[in-house]
Design a protein around this ligand. Sequence first.
Ligand SMILES: *Cc1c(COP(=O)(O)O)cnc(C)c1O
Length: 477
Amino acid sequence: MTVSYASTRGDAPELDFADVLLTGLAADGGLYCPVEVPPLPPLDGCDTYAEVAARVIWPYIEGSTGSTAAYALSVDEFAAMVRAAYDGFRHPDVCPVVELGDNHFLLDLTTGPTLAFKDIALQLVGRLLDHELARRGERVVVISATSGDTGSAAIEALAGRDSLDAVVLHPYGRVSDVQRRQMTTVTASNIHNLAVEGTFDDCQDLVKTAFADHTITGRQPAAVNSINWARVVAQIVYYVTGAGAVAPDGGPVSFSVPTGNFGNVLSGWYAKRMGLAVDQLIVASNRNDVLTRFLDTGRLEARAVEPSLSPSMDIQISSNFERLLWEASGRDGAAVADLIAEFRARGRAVVPDGWVESIRAEFTGTRVSDDETLDEIARVHDELGFLIDPHTAVGFVAARRLRRDPAVPMITLATADPAKFPDAVERATGVRPPLPPFLSELFDRREHYEVVGNDAAAIAAAIARRLRGSSPAPSGQ
Ligand SMILES: *Cc1c(COP(=O)(O)O)cnc(C)c1O
């Protein structure tokens, strides 16, 4: 059976994985979701993270050829790609589990090349994209918006790949120095950093505009943001390995997930849909708490984005939430399209009671302030003797606050290494976390980026200039 994918707004053709990978946003503005959610495959004989990943992800890909070719990826090719994706991670378990006491565990998602959890999906997605484009003989522009970590993880995953140019928009002055330098010090000529004079939500809107209006990138763009289904599916894996590590008998576990765009915790929800025994899924927010307020009130209401100590979660419009709304609506694309239109037009929308109830049955959420974040970093340092980053600290506070049953193992996802946010960590503990040796020269390297205004025309002009400069002009057409 080959899984097909439908748009959350119900008005775009169903596609298979190979096409969804390249399509990004659906033609009706929706996000692609699997129509059939495959059950968790048996994992006997899997010894490594890569082996589990190949097994868990494969049913979502198997048999997909895309609309343009009659060749499908083989399971062996895919397994090799997965091995290559996770080979360079700094821990042999890829996502190791650390026991904290009180049946509370940390799932460390920070052992990849950019020290944040987005590496886990993007190292694989970069390879999948490159393979698919090479097979089709196509070249694309990948455009993405980043609140910090996506950008560097995407750049690490895409630098030097022949099949694509990568344009990365970040909010000017609103990402940490380490985050910016991880993006802007990469020298590959297919990487283009644009610093937009606006917020992350502005960057995300500009990317959405680029998907609707192909003149901005000059051709149909591809996406590696978490609107790309391949990201979500790659993240299902560590929920499975994390649960297996703390509850080898298959008993239920709970997860606390530092949340911004709702991609990470959505992957946990899909793991549960596949059959993983999950008790609680906790949405941990900073002061940009649109999802927590939704769980409290049943209303979606965006407010202005406020900078926090956990900038990768400074988001008020969580794109991936639309995928959950679609499922909660009973897959009523027209109703989702209406709701999103209302939300976009007025900044608020009332979600039907039945949908709210079904979402509340699966998720709880809480908001964690900057002061509480700093206190938690200090407490963990004092009591456990190690440093955590501000995003992870938000997850820790939420886990302790919302935990229902101490007999169920609680797993908090560590989404960034403390060295990415040294100022907050130093403020909380007096200890400045050092960058790992392989990044120690980050502050000596030259940066490459361009500051652009917060409008589509400025972005289009910058991209046109950059692509003319870096790639040969198309010949003969
Ligand atoms: C991206 C990111 C998050 C938020 O993840 P979502 O999938 O957007 O909810 C949390 N923490 C860190 C460090 C991140 O980079």
